[in-house]
Design a protein around this ligand. Structure first.
Ligand code: TYC
Length: 101
């Protein structure tokens, strides 16, 4: 008599879900000086001068610009830190976060 023995699947299927990512978005306003926006982008988001200038001008012209994508914690911390820098000088500079689709 022959029997077919089906071995159980023992190979573990690791469930490694990637953490959701969040965009940091720079919003335009009419008061914050351009040079200050550039300084904040360089300090908080580690951009060089030309990248910071381009991002600032995109927000200035279009109303908003996506700056970078991070895990939720990092995105929220950086957005808060950058917004606080503006606030400390009395500017309405604002950075927000939004989950990626
Ligand atoms: N619009 C501002 C000005 O003309 C400069 C500015 C650019 C402010 C981008 C915010 O996210 C911003 N002084």
């Amino acid at each position: 008599m022959s029997q077919t023995v089906v071995a159980p699947r023992t190979k573990a299927k690791p469930k490694t879900e990637r953490p959701k990512l969040y965009k940091v978005i720079l919003l335009n306003d009419d008061f914050t000086p351009r040079g200050f926006v550039v300084q904040v982008l360089k300090a908080v988001f580690r951009m060089n001068e030309s990248m910071a200038y381009r991002v600032m001008m995109t927000a200035h012209r279009k109303g908003a610009c996506v700056i970078a994508v991070y895990t939720r914690d990092v995105a929220e911390t950086k957005a808060k830190e950058a917004t606080e820098l503006g606030k400390s000088k009395g500017y309405p500079l604002y950075f927000t976060t939004e989950p990626e689709e």
